[in-house]
Design a protein. Structure first.
Length: 246
């Protein structure tokens, strides 16, 4: 039987609060406890809503009190390199990958200080653009309390490089027969139809939507590696087809 987690990316003081609240209303209606990826010191121009009167960090503490899983989503969400990192997606932009260990440690130390100031202590890390490297993992060990990485491609929670990993494979609801699947949304750019599809999925699969606490972790096995290679092979095929189209 398949199990699912839901993740929302890019929460920050200048996010579009009303768009996010639509997702929260659905989660609270069905008792779903998502992962919320929070940027501690957003400097990205992609999020530029002025939320008059909103105390962002008070909202984050409310999510935390409601058992939403608050995740450490980089430091400032500004891409400074064109390194795709270790995950393997062709995202040639990164806040972390390619930077020296000391620079990455400084980012994560500052981010950790902000979370602690706001009485939060994330255990889950979500890298902007899915891009990070081995120095990022070292920096997380040295500067944060993160023990879980929300990323990577497998069919179950897995153990690798001294961390627990929750795979992140879907960007929209899809019924699966088995395995553990994270469905990721970006409320800033999501459409009404996306939210409607998510609510319909939750209605049908509520019993199989779990929390981070429910995840178990195992060594990667042949099925995990087979799925990983199949995932990237599909990406390769789609790119080849796109190139052949007139």
């Amino acid at each position: 039987m398949a199990k699912y987690l839901i993740r929302l990316d890019d929460a920050c003081p200048t996010f579009h609060f009303e768009k996010w609240q639509l997702f929260f209303d659905v989660f609270d209606k069905y008792g779903v406890k998502p992962i919320i990826a929070v940027i501690p010191n957003n400097e990205s121009k992609a999020f530029d809503t002025f939320n008059e009167g909103l105390d962002f960090w008070e909202e984050v503490r409310k999510w935390n009190a409601n058992d939403y899983e608050i995740a450490f989503h980089g430091y400032n969400h500004v891409y400074g390199t064109q390194d795709k990192g270790i995950i393997g997606l062709e995202n040639y932009k990164s806040e972390f990958a390619g930077l020296p260990l000391e620079a990455q440690e400084e980012k994560l130390r500052k981010g950790q200080e902000i979370f602690e100031r706001e009485q939060l202590n994330p255990r889950v890390f979500v890298a902007p653009a899915h891009t990070f490297d081995f120095n990022t993992l070292k920096a997380l060990k040295n500067q944060t309390y993160v023990s879980i990485i929300s990323d990577g491609f497998a069919l179950q929670g897995f153990l690798e490089y001294g961390f627990n990993w929750i795979p992140m494979q879907l960007w929209g609801p899809k019924n699966k027969k088995s395995g553990l699947w994270t469905i990721c949304y970006h409320p800033e750019t999501a459409k009404q139809k996306d939210l409607q599809a998510l609510e319909q999925f939750i209605q049908k699969n509520r019993a199989d939507i779990i929390t981070v606490d429910d995840v178990t972790y195992h060594k990667l096995n042949l099925k995990d590696y087979t799925y990983r290679y199949y995932f990237f092979f599909k990406i390769f095929v789609h790119k080849m087809i796109a190139k052949l189209k007139p």
